[in-house]
Structures are given as structure tokens and as C-alpha cells.
Write a protein that binds this ligand. Sequence first.
Ligand SMILES: [Zn+2]
Length: 133
Amino acid sequence: MIRIPKSIYQKMVEHARKEWPLECCGILSGKGETVQKAFEFRNGEESPTRYSISPREQLRVFEEIEKESMEMIAIYHSHPHTIPFPSETDVKMAFYPEVSSIIISLKDESNPEVKAFQIGKEAIYLEEIEVGP
Ligand SMILES: [Zn+2]
């Protein structure tokens, strides 16, 4: 389960809309299961079907997360044209099995769908998202 404050949830969906028709990507950090902060990244791939975060940007954010005694809770990205389910590429690129993968689908533009997954080597698990106040 991941708890996301409403403002951060909305910011994440806005980020996906802003980058459409390309994928957006970012990191959510916080404490325990509660998200406290979102970091938006530039999608290094500039692609509608994949994303990458530059190692330098990643390192900068990891340092900031550590400085504020938070943990990385989730990596999010958007699916501008497809359903919110991890693609083959997403499974291959899931380098942090303990970190959730959030996918924002804009397949139905007027009704964005946000889902969280835990992508393991053997299986993909759906994780509950609670949008808080
Ligand atoms: Zn994906």
C-alpha cells in the first residue's frame, strides 16, 4: 500500500499530461508507506513508449532524499497511449524490486488511471494506492 497526498497525486497526473504524447517519469519519496515529495525528471528517451532518467539527475535526487531522511518509495512514469500495466521494457528495467512502480495511463485522456505495482523477477503484484488529504 502506498499513501499519496492528493496534491502530489494531482501533480503527478499533471506531469503526465504536460509531457503527453511522450512518457513522463519521476520519483516519489517519503517515510514508510507515505509519500511526502515528488521529483519530476526529464525523460532522457523523449519517447512515447519508454523512459530513462540520467544517472546524474538520479544521484542528485538520491542525495536530497537521504539528506531529508526519506526513502525512495516509488518510481512513476506515464503510458500516454496504453493501459496502466508494466510493459516488457518496464519489467526489464525494474532495477529496484523493493521500490514500487507507478504507472499513469492517459489512454482515456479524460479519465487518467493510476496504478502501482511491485515488479519481481517471478511475478508482478498490484499494489493499493490510497490518495490522502
Ligand atoms: Zn511503462
